[in-house]
Design a protein around this ligand. Structure first.
Ligand code: MG
Ligand code: MG
Length: 273
C-alpha cells in the first residue's frame, strides 16, 4: 500500500533527511587511509544519538538476521549492507556508506560512495556515472511520470557505459517505516509501471557494478558482493515527487563541504581533459 505524505509529514521527513546528511558529513571528515569502518560507525552512531535520533539500521531484521551496526560500510567489491569491522581502509579503496536514522517517528536514509585517498581513473568513472544516473533518475521523479521512467534513466546511462546495474536490490518508499511501497528498481522501461503522484516520498539508490550485474550474499547473511570481484558504487537520495521538479530532501552538501575532491566532479575533469 502506498502512503502519500502530507506537507506536515514531509516537514518531519526533511528533518530526518537533513540529519542523515549531516551524519554522512561527519563520516566524510574521517574517511582516509588508516581508519577502520568500525571507527566510522562509531562516529555516525554518536552523531545520531547526540542529535536526539536513533540509528535506523541497528537491530534491523530480515528473517532471523539482525543488522548489528549504525552504518552499512561496503568496501570495493562489496555492493551494499557491509558490516563495519576492524577492516582498515587503504589508499585506492572506495567505501560506500549507507546511513539511516529515526527522528521523531520518521526515517531518513541516504548513501554515498567515498574515494579513499587516490583512486584509479576507472573507479572515478564508475563513481561519477553512478552519481550521474541518480541525478537523471531524480529528473524523472515528477508528478505524472512512472516508476519505469526512473529505472530506465539509471539503466540506460549505466549500461551504455558498460556497467552492471544491480537488479536484486531496489530503492523504496520511506516514511514512518524505513522501507515502504513502492519498490523503486534501477531498471525498467520508460512509460511503464505505476504513475507517480505528488507527495510520494521515495529513496532512489542506484547500485552500479564495474563489471557484471550479478551479486551474491556473504556467509554473514548481509554483505552483498559483486559476483566477479570488481568494484561497485552506490548513491542514494530521498526525494518528494512534485509537479515539474522533484524535491530532493537529503543532501550531499555536508559531505561536499569537507571533501577536498568530489568523486563526481573529479570525473568531469577526466572526461573533459
Ligand atoms: Mg540507504
Ligand atoms: Mg534505502
Amino acid at each position: 500500500m502506498i502512503h502519500l505524505k502530507t506537507e506536515k509529514e514531509i516537514e518531519s521527513l526533511r528533518a530526518s533527511a537533513d540529519l542523515v546528511g549531516r551524519t554522512l558529513g561527519a563520516v566524510a571528515a574521517a574517511v582516509a587511509p588508516g581508519i577502520s569502518t568500525l571507527e566510522l560507525d562509531q562516529i555516525a552512531e554518536s552523531y545520531i544519538r547526540d542529535n536526539g535520533a536513533t540509528p535506523a539500521f541497528k537491530g534491523y531484521r530480515v528473517g532471523r538476521e539482525v543488522f548489528p551496526s549504525t552504518l552499512c560500510t561496503s568496501v570495493n567489491d562489496e555492493v551494499v549492507h557491509g558490516i563495519p569491522s576492524n577492516t582498515v581502509l587503504k589508499d585506492g579503496d572506495i567505501v560506500s556508506v549507507d546511513c539511516g536514522v529515526l527522528l521523531n517517528g520518521y526515517y531518513g536514509d541516504s548513501a554515498f560512495t567515498f574515494p579513499v585517498g587516490t583512486i584509479s581513473d576507472d573507479t572515478k568513472q564508475l563513481l561519477a556515472t553512478t552519481y550521474d544516473s541518480l541525478m537523471l533518475a531524480i529528473g524523472q521523479a515528477t508528478t505524472g511520470k512512472r516508476l519505469g521512467d526512473i529505472g530506465a534513466a539509471v539503466q540506460e546511462l549505466c549500461e551504455e557505459r558498460g556497467y552492471g546495474v544491480v537488479k536484486d536490490l531496489v530503492g523504496h518508499g520511506i516514511g514512518r517505516h524505513l522501507h515502504e511501497d513502492p519498490q523503486v528498481p534501477n531498471y525498467g522501461r520508460s512509460g511503464s509501471g505505476r504513475k507517480l503522484k505528488s507527495g510520494l516520498v521515495i529513496c532512489i539508490e542506484p547500485m552500479i557494478n564495474f563489471g557484471t550485474a550479478h551479486v551474491r550474499t556473504e556467509g554473514d547473511g548481509w554483505t552483498v558482493k559483486t559476483a566477479d570481484g570488481q568494484p561497485s558504487a552506490h548513491y542514494e537520495h530521498m526525494i518528494v515527487v512534485r509537479p515539474g521538479e522533484a524535491e530532493v530532501i537529503t543532501t550531499f552538501q555536508y559531505i561536499e563541504n569537507v571533501l577536498e575532491v568530489l568523486p563526481y566532479k573529479q570525473n568531469a575533469e577526466v572526461a573533459h581533459g
